[in-house]
Design a protein around this ligand. Sequence first.
Ligand code: GLN
Length: 197
Amino acid sequence: MTRVGVLALQGDVREHVAALTVAGAVPVEVRRPTDLEGLDGIVLPGGESTTMGKLLRIFELLGPLRSLLAGGLPAYGTCAGMILLASEIVDGRRDQELLGGLDITVRRNAFGSQVHSFEADLDVAGVGTVHGVFIRAPWVERAGPEVEVLASVGEHPVAVRQGHLLATSFHPELTGDERMHAFFVRRLVAQAEGGAS
Ligand code: GLN
């Protein structure tokens, strides 16, 4: 039984729970530190990264989650979740809390000045064509040498992987397509458990 947490402080938790269930994992909503016990992976949903950072601190999840991620807990961040996993932000708030781990610089609300929200079909390496929903989405401005770019919009990466960490600027959970979650569960979570990919 693969238990995958969904950070449930804010954002579209229900849709991730549904996608993980279809992907064959047992979803666990995470609101307090004890909810982190025994997880094989965690999903960080979209929402508002500055608010999520504050809530992570208030609910005393920031420290425990940072240690778990640094210790190799597989994580998948969508949109605001991608921002939380980034090592650096452009256009963030000065006091914005991050979990870090992914060697990327993200630009918050990157598509914002051109298009607020949009949808696009993306060719995601290892997954196939995915219909991406972008809502005030970030893009990856810099990716470190260990980071694998799985999909881009123009020259900007919007899906990246670095070892046990996966992040997308878009929201696959909003289209009823569980393939990104299945990729996470089978390729990142199962590998961390020592299982076959
Ligand atoms: N713009 C939001 C932020 O900076 C992210 C939006 C989203 O998660 N859909 O946190």
